[in-house]
Design a protein around this ligand. Sequence first.
Ligand code: FMN
Ligand code: SF4
Length: 476
Amino acid sequence: MNYPKINSLKTLDAFQSRLDELEIQIPLDAAMQSGDAAPLAQSCDWNGGTIGNRFAILPMEGWDGTTDGRPTDLTRRRWKNFGLSGAKLIWGGEAVAVRHDGRANPNQLVINSDNLAEIEALRTLLVDTHREHFGTADDLLVGLQLTHSGRFARPNDKKQLEPRVAYRHSVLDAKFGVDSDAAILSDDDLDRLVDDFVAASKLAQQAGYAFVDVKHCHGYLGHELLSGYDRPGKYGGSFENRTRFLRSIVDGIRSEAAGLQIGTRISIFDFIPFEPGPEGLGRPSRTGEYRSAFGGDGTGVGYDLTEPSQLMQLLEELGIQLVCSTVGSPYYCPHIQRPAIFPPSDGYAPPEDPLVGVARQINATAMLKRAHPNLLFVGSGYTYLQDWLPNVGQAVVQQGLADFIGLGRMVLSYPELPADVIAGRTMPRKKICRTFSECTTGPRNGMISGCFPLDPFYKAMPERQQIMALKQQTKA
Ligand SMILES: Cc1cc2nc3c(=O)[nH]c(=O)nc-3n(C[C@H](O)[C@H](O)[C@H](O)COP(=O)(O)O)c2cc1C
Ligand code: SF4
């Protein structure tokens, strides 16, 4: 399927016509504003202080820590770039495992007392860099994303899944190596894991992080528990039970790390796993009723925000104000999670114009924001908009559809985008992420992540050649 590339939609009218042709709504401002009065430059009050503007950096790991979970120079370079981006909200930096068996790869960061000084130094590096470039870091909010990778854990060997799951899954078990109930975490296991999240949060507080993100997205354990409709016991079945994990962690943090703020990144809806069909085009792995999608409408390819809205209500009751919305999972429905024109090597060709995926995330987030105006929402999935990202971001914030524009892949290729947009500088075209997916293809093949096509630093690495060769193989 060939969809018009974004850089071929050179005028606002051409872009809007494409949206009309697709019959989708994406808010779009014709004129960008810059300087202190610009909508994206406005500060935002929250219950812990002030966040200096409306750009947020989304968490992105680089598969480049040491095997004992410490950052390397590559990790530090990425965090430094986050600091010089100009964004005033750093949502979590990257996924950091609360314990060894929860690592998504043997190079994922781990937070424990041995590694704490280095996890703290990452924050300091980011904050110092930000202060040097922008004069102050008083209005910069930095959190740490805490995770257990659950079904996608590969703690010891990049090629060896060691899944720990919430429940047996009709499609994912076969795909991700679960062949017995031994992979299921018992209620006792989950009780202990709650303690590990609380202990990790205490450490994050000691390391100076203002908040922790208790990760509930992308098919990892926290997210999977939300769809444990058929799981027996106290962590499954009813909404109350499926949110017990989150509530218990929050209770623990409140009593053991008082003063630490809490946020959560949530896949606000999910789809059935997709697979490559004829000519590699993505298609649902089966048809018929699908029960395992939190926020799904039962078809596997649609959403119903009734339960996600109930979850937002719960967050309000728990005193959590910061929410980062995302959708689906990069492992089984990447086209909805990180819309891209080119699939990663283990993916499938996009079954819809990626703009449809962008619109879906913006509109679902807006619905939740409308229903829960007191929560502060960071939206995700904007990178595919490319040259039009600022115009859409400004309109989204201006219309109150989200509070912050979260940036993922775009800051890997073009870290300075927030500062440039706010200052009214022209965006250099050669830095704009074109969603080539090489930052996902790398780790899917046991390599580090980075923007190999556009960032000169990664472009010069031997991994770039390996990825090019892989792409050729995929095409052949
Ligand atoms: C290389 C890479 C690493 C990522 N790592 C994480 C992560 O550690 N935690 C997380 O919640 N999301 C992670 N994501 C997802 C992004 O935060 C974001 O949701 C996604 O890229 C869509 O936003 P975008 O369109 O701006 O790229 C990662 C994405 C990429 C490309
Ligand atoms: S590799 Fe670079 S251009 Fe490709 S999707 Fe990632 S950030 Fe964008």
